[in-house]
Design a protein around this ligand. Structure first.
Ligand SMILES: Cc1ncc(COP(=O)(O)O)c(C=O)c1O
Length: 449
């Protein structure tokens, strides 16, 4: 009897159940459609076929997470195609077919300490991960590792914060200026100013920077969003940070071994493991490396060992694919897969975008890749596309055609441009190309001057 009194009436129970299902569904959808670079809830909802109510009905009739995935794929034509984030899901198919080779099993007792290697300046750096990073750079030839300190971070995003901290003078009345040539990676201003730090301040386009005094210039090459191959533009004595997230042979010919003072890399765009949240910095100067390490110690007392061990395995499997004959015979080597797939997508995009109208795409330099031997044009992870004709709002125009992109303003540029991801799932990319071809065949404001 006591129990019955405590129970809620059946109607209330039904309501509670409905609310709980709705919350769970909302959570699942958010998880499924969240991505890198600051994804909003609104966008997550919009990538589904219609209002949340419809999504809820679809979910309950198709049975959970996999059901949504299935519906998402089968009903693709009605859905928004989200090319806004640089979520590297293109690589999923490669890693799926590589089977158990990349599986990492960790017993409960392993990796429970805060410390990895107390003899190393970066004391939370797992030796296996450090070795795998060095091995891969030496194989590909894209960056020097000798006489460099490796600092590991929770994504290159954390290393970016660490490097700002390390390079900012602690006791000056004015924060140090941080600049990058426009169009620049949209996350830089957000991360630089998010805490309104007294140490550093975002000052925008490096081409327009004319202040005296110390500064940090970010050189992203190949660049996000426009894929250009870059060098520093400010004519001064500031400190340079080279973000080389895309200096890998699936995106651009490896024509030189980078040996800049501070270089940032990430597994997100190298192998596609964005969810592992792991990046590394190659830093020449010991004091800067120490300060970066200190920053990561203060904000997160190190970096996940599980992530480092997983990433070490993935990087080693890539290197094995080139260095060990038997793995080479089983699977296509990793960078070859990426090179072919992205190349194919760029050819499709150029054909669908039209020749300068209604859309225009940048041209890239051709070069011989010292690693693969291929002679090819840079084929970036993002396309920087311009809407021609009368349309000033390219993002808005594409949204009307159910294609979500990121407008030029986010990158310090004009809204006639959008950035769109080239490294999402194949079926979404194919549907995007189909839609672009349809737009191309229409009489639209893009064809009017
Ligand atoms: C140029 C550049 N740097 C850094 C990052 C962030 O990488 P991570 O996922 O390791 O934080 C990205 C991700 O898109 C990027 O494009």
């Amino acid at each position: 009897m006591k129990y019955r009194k405590l129970c809620l009436p059946a109607v209330a129970m039904k309501h509670l159940l409905a609310v709980s299902v709705a919350l769970n569904v909302a959570l699942v959808l958010k998880l499924m459609h969240g991505g890198d670079e600051g994804v909003g809830w609104l966008k997550a909802e919009e990538t589904l076929a219609g209002p949340p109510k419809k999504a809820l009905q679809e979910m309950s009739s198709s049975g959970g997470v996999n059901g949504v995935q299935n519906n998402f794929e089968s009903g693709l034509q009605e859905l928004y195609i989200n090319l806004d984030h640089g979520d590297p899901t293109m690589y999923e198919s490669y890693w799926k077919q590589s089977g158990d080779k990349t599986t990492v099993v960790l017993s409960g007792w392993r990796s429970i300490s805060y410390f990895s290697d107390t003899r190393n300046l970066c004391w939370f750096l797992e030796p296996d991960f450090a070795n795998a990073v060095t091995r891969l750079h030496n194989l590909v030839g894209n960056a020097a590792t000798e006489n460099y300190h490796i600092v590991v971070g929770t994504g290159s995003t954390q290393l970016y914060q660490a490097v700002l901290y390390a390079l900012s003078p602690p006791n000056t009345p004015e924060p140090i200026s941080v600049v990058s040539a426009a169009p620049f990676y949209s996350q830089y201003p957000l991360t630089t100013d998010c805490l309104k730090s007294g140490l550093h301040k975002w000052e925008g386009d490096a081409n327009k920077f004319d202040k005296n005094g110390p500064y940090i210039e970010l050189v992203t090459s190949p660049n996000n969003p426009d894929g250009s191959i870059r060098q520093a533009v400010v004519n001064g004595t500031g400190v340079l940070v080279h973000d080389l997230a895309y200096y890998w042979p699936q995106y651009t010919p490896i024509s030189y071994r980078a040996d800049n003072d501070i270089m940032l890399f990430t597994v997100s765009k190298c192998t596609g493991h964005a969810g592992t949240r792991l990046g590394w910095a190659l830093v020449k100067d010991e004091e800067i490396a120490k300060k970066m390490t200190k920053f990561i110690e203060i904000v997160s007392i190190g970096v996940s060992k599980e992530s480092q061990l997983r990433a070490a395995k993935i990087l080693d499997v890539i290197s094995d694919g080139y260095e060990k004959k038997e793995s080479h015979e089983e699977n296509e080597p990793f960078f070859e897969f990426g090179y072919k797939e992205i190349g194919r997508r760029w050819r499709q995009l150029r054909a669908a975008a039209g020749n300068g109208k209604p859309f225009s795409l940048p041209d890239f330099p051709t070069g011989k890749c010292n690693f693969s031997g291929h002679e090819f044009e840079t084929q970036p992870a993002f396309a920087w596309m311009e809407c021609k004709g009368e349309t000033d709002d390219c993002e808005g125009f594409l949204r009307e055609h159910k294609i979500l992109t990121r407008g030029g303003k986010h990158f310090g540029s004009r809204s006639k441009y959008v950035r769109l991801s080239m490294i999402g799932r194949e079926e979404h990319f194919n549907e995007f190309i189909r839609r672009l071809s349809v737009i191309n065949s229409l009489d639209s404001p893009l064809t009017k001057d």
